[in-house]
Design a protein around this ligand. Structure first.
Ligand code: OGA
Ligand code: MN
Length: 196
């Protein structure tokens, strides 16, 4: 799919439903290349809450993370795709998104992330969330599904984190959780923000 068609599809879904799940979203080899760009020794235990009050609570989340940057071709390609989406959303929906940040997350066997919202308490900063998956040969039996709820707590979607699946949703409207993974699971979580 050409990027503009994809941007248009995502935008229409955000307006209509507030979220979209797209299988085979980007170039077929990108997920594999992103995996190859990783150096697991650079990953750190993930924290909870905004950076000023960050603490590590392994009862809430057990993944470890590493921020994307422009030093690898595949990471640059992914960030360019997201930059393009940012511009498209700003042009069509006037969201005023000023910044995109994204980190890899590794969930080892047994790791999870309990139900949460991506916006930091009392602050309006993360507006649109993206999650992109890198896992070849991942099935329902492998756990690690992303469960997306509405604000009334009703389960809307259970997403199997298979390679090249892209999820986009409005950060303030969808509580979500990662069920315990039964084998190693890789994702990229990203946020379009309005505060920088
Ligand atoms: C997050 C998150 C979901 C996933 O990092 O905030 O919700 O499937 N990640 O990795
Ligand atoms: Mn989240």
């Amino acid at each position: 799919m050409l990027n503009n068609t994809l941007y248009e599809t995502i935008t229409a879904s955000l307006v209509q439903d507030g979220y979209i799940i797209i299988k085979d979203a980007l170039s077929p080899t990108l997920a594999q290349e992103l995996l190859l760009s990783l150096d697991e020794t650079h990953f750190k235990k993930a924290g909870i809450s905004s950076s000023s009050h960050k603490h590590i609570d392994t009862n809430k989340r057990r993944d470890k993370i590493c921020w994307l940057d422009d030093t690898h071709k595949a990471q640059t390609e992914f960030l360019l795709f997201c930059k393009g989406l940012q511009e498209y959303l700003n042009r069509t929906l006037y969201l005023g998104l000023s910044y995109y940040e994204a980190h890899f997350a590794i969930y080892n066997e047994g790791d999870f992330y309990e139900k949460h919202l991506d916006t930091f308490k009392g602050k309006k900063n993360r507006v649109v969330t993206t999650v992109y998956y890198l896992n070849e040969n991942f099935t329902k039996e492998d756990g690690g599904a992303l469960h997306i709820y509405n604000n009334e707590g009703k389960l809307l979607q259970s997403v199997i984190p298979t390679a090249n699946t892209l999820v986009v949703f409005l950060s303030e409207q969808f509580p979500h959780e990662v069920l315990p993974a039964k084998k190693k699971r890789h994702s990229i979580a990203g946020w379009f923000r309005v505060d920088r």
